[in-house]
Design a protein around this ligand. Structure first.
Ligand code: PMT
Length: 389
């Protein structure tokens, strides 16, 4: 892969040559783009020697539009270290030097940042807001997650180790979905009772969005069909379709599935909906109780299982409270799946709403992979790695 390593002015810039060395060793082509402040911490000669190419640090040096040619050349841009300043510039759309200009020009291609800064600066609401904004645009942060910055001695925020950053860069490469098209369903469905009420569930969409992100980062084009959620996602390879009800999700999923290499259905779809939806707010009718007449929704996963052709991979989820593995195994067979990802509601920190999950992946050919409690991002990566192995 052709990787541009961007370096900004923080003490952790001294680790940049080691990152470049690791990436070259892994077989990547590397070019460096450094800010003027970065070159106070690490020399031009060092970076040019390890990368084997001239570094890009001056917007006007060559009189040419170097940021455009570097953007065309690079397949990924990694900023390590990323200071609060560069994060803020990207968030604000500011392009006033070589690296910030390259970063804006690079939108549409994968960008990874390894933040490094003082703990108090990291915790500042403005920085946290900027980080969240960049993440929502699909820029991946490696290292300090929100609220858990690794503080070293004398209060200096540590950048993730170069080995960890190199690993994050190569992660996507190991997932063999580049150039493929995948469908992901996420979130809950809402089944309307009347003009103001619905039947829903606690799904936040986090698991499904993490799966879409993992597939998109690995080079797949993703059709993300999602129920109502507060999450946003902006990724050049993720196309989002927002729906409300199970029947709308069914229509969207069955339309795109024939054009996909595979599908992962992580949505929590309502099995039943009210047989009628009132077009006004239902009033109390004076009696003690009220009965809702429910009818069954279409089973999207089972339908895709019937539609599936030999080249396609179909992955379902199972949310169980008892006899977990036996129930999941039954769903795997009955719905003609290749894999099923089991969530047990008995596992603390797993399932609805939280940022973590713990899953067991069962395959059609009898393989079984169990994860510890991980972030939903890590679980998504594990799932994609398993189903494409
Ligand atoms: O969104 P989060 O807050 O991050 O939470 C994630 C999650 C807990 C929702 C997710 O990890 C999960 O377990 N999703 C599946 C939830 C579920 O509805 O499981 P189920 O056992 O009822 O359904 C089995 C499978 O059939 C699922 O793949 C489901 O998407 C699919 N299904 C179910 C009913 C239906 N009518 N159509 C379907 O496609």
């Amino acid at each position: 892969m052709k990787i541009v390593v961007g370096i900004t002015g923080g003490i952790a810039a001294y680790k940049a040559p080691e990152l470049v060395r690791l990436l070259k060793k892994a077989g990547h082509e590397v070019r460096c783009a450094a800010t003027g402040h970065a070159l106070e911490f690490v020399t031009r000669v060092t970076l040019e020697t390890v990368s084997g190419a001239p570094i890009y640090s001056d917007l006007f040096a060559s009189g040419r539009t170097e940021h455009i040619s570097l953007k065309d050349w690079g397949e990924m841009l990694v900023v390590a270290p990323a200071t609060a300043n560069i994060i803020g510039k990207v968030a604000g759309g500011i392009a006033d030097d070589a690296l910030s200009t390259l970063l804006l020009a690079f939108s549409g291609k994968p960008i990874i940042m390894a933040p490094a800064m003082n703990c108090e600066i990291w915790a500042h609401p403005a920085v946290q807001r900027n980080v969240a904004l960049l993440k929502s645009w699909g820029i991946r942060m490696v290292g300090p997650e929100e609220g858990e910055l690794a503080c070293g001695v004398s209060g200096v925020g540590r950048m993730a180790e170069p080995t960890l950053i190199a690993d994050a860069i190569c992660q996507g490469e190991r997932l063999k979905v580049k150039g493929e098209r995948w469908l992901v369903t996420a979130g809950p469905t809402y089944e309307r009772i009347d003009s103001v009420r619905f039947i829903g569930n606690y799904s936040s969409g986090k698991m499904g969005f993490a799966l879409a992100q993992a597939l998109g980062d690995a080079g797949a084009d993703v059709e993300l069909v999602t129920g109502p959620t507060s999450l946003s996602i902006s990724h050049p390879r993720i196309h989002r379709t927002s729906i409300e009800s199970a029947r709308e999700m069914y229509a969207a999923a069955t339309e795109v599935f024939p054009h996909c290499n595979g599908a992962i259905l992580s949505a929590a779809v309502a099995d039943y909906r009210p047989s009628e939806c009132a077009d006004h707010k239902l009033k109390k009718n004076g009696s003690e109780g009220m009965h809702l007449d429910l009818v069954q929704n279409p089973d999207i996963l089972a339908t895709l299982g019937n539609m599936k052709t030999s080249g396609q991979t179909l992955v379902g989820f199972a949310l169980e409270t008892d006899n977990e593995e036996a129930n999941a195994q039954r769903k795997l067979e009955k719905k003609n799946l290749d894999y099923i990802v089991l969530n047990s509601l008995r596992d603390k920190g797993a399932g609805f709403g939280v940022d973590t999950n713990k899953v067991t992946i069962l395959s059609r050919d009898g393989k079984r992979r169990e994860s510890p409690l991980l972030s939903k991002k890590e679980v998504a990566h594990l799932i994609v790695e398993t189903i494409t192995a």
